[in-house]
Design a protein around this ligand. Structure first.
Ligand code: ADP
Ligand code: MG
Length: 234
């Protein structure tokens, strides 16, 4: 993992990324998909304000990269803004984990194929490691964000009504449904307060993904269109 050069940071950095529960889930699931996960489990407690946990079976984070994984502008995905021409990942700014550390207590447990066991790391508000201990998880990465916005009373106040909280759950579900369609080969499970709210199994193609997400009634009213364009790679 490398630190992006200052000029690239100036061009790419976005100051507002973590403003809601759904923005945390979006960043974490994108990291899981970038890590090649075929299974992603998203678990919320109290609409995500007590706990947001995203567990994947992706490649994991190498021990040498762990000290900088949540330090802003460190990323394993690009080296400079020129690499954006050939981007194949959702992430590239190296900002998300660091930004989540600013507004929540973050714990990361990870294991690569080369590791004998997983390690759990507790991070501080600036993304540095406070402590670590061995744990028992399989290959992949689990990121847990606790007490979201505990230091931002105004942001938390925004979610003080039951309707706002329910809307947020729906936003998370809609987000997961979108990734479910985009990534047929990935299993996605969404749990709130220990109850499964929505899930999608692994399927072979986009048509099957749409079928499992939208159902046969909706699919019956859809028309299949294929378009191939040599130049723009669409
Ligand atoms: P970005 O995705 O823009 O690189 P992030 O702050 O989201 O920045 O993540 C920082 C780095 O931490 C990533 O580049 C990646 O190397 C590593 N990382 C984060 N989440 C995961 C994950 N679930 N699996 C594997 N690596 C991860
Ligand atoms: Mg990311």
């Amino acid at each position: 993992m490398k630190q992006l050069p200052a000029a690239t940071v100036r061009l790419l950095s976005s100051s507002q990324i973590i403003t809601s529960v759904v923005s945390v889930v979006k960043e974490l699931i994108e990291n899981s998909l970038d890590a090649g996960a075929t299974s992603v489990e998203v678990k919320l407690e109290n609409y995500g304000f007590d706990k947001i946990e995203v567990r994947d079976n992706g490649e994991g984070i190498k021990a040498v990269d762990v000290p900088v994984m949540a330090v802003k502008y460190y990323t394993s995905k690009i080296n400079s803004h020129e690499d954006l021409e050939n981007l194949t990942t959702y992430g590239f700014r190296g900002e998300a984990l660091g930004s989540i550390c600013n507004v929540a207590e973050v714990v990361v447990t990870t294991r690569t194929a080369a590791d004998d066991f997983s390690t759990q790391y507790v991070l501080d508000g600036s993304g540095h490691i406070l402590s670590q201990k061995p744990s028992h998880l399989g290959q992949g990465t689990t990121v847990t964000a606790l007490k979201l916005f505990k230091n931002l009373p105004v942001r938390k106040q925004f979610y003080s009504t039951a309707k706002k909280c329910k809307d947020e759950l729906k936003n998370v579900q809609d987000l997961l449904i979108s990734y479910g369609v985009l990534k047929p080969g990935t299993r996605i499970v969404f749990v709130h307060n220990k109850a499964v709210i929505w899930q999608k199994s692994r399927v072979p193609d986009h048509r099957m993904a749409l079928m499992s997400v939208l159902g046969t009634a909706v699919m019956g009213n859809m028309m299949s269109v294929q378009h191939h364009c040599e130049e723009s790679q669409i």
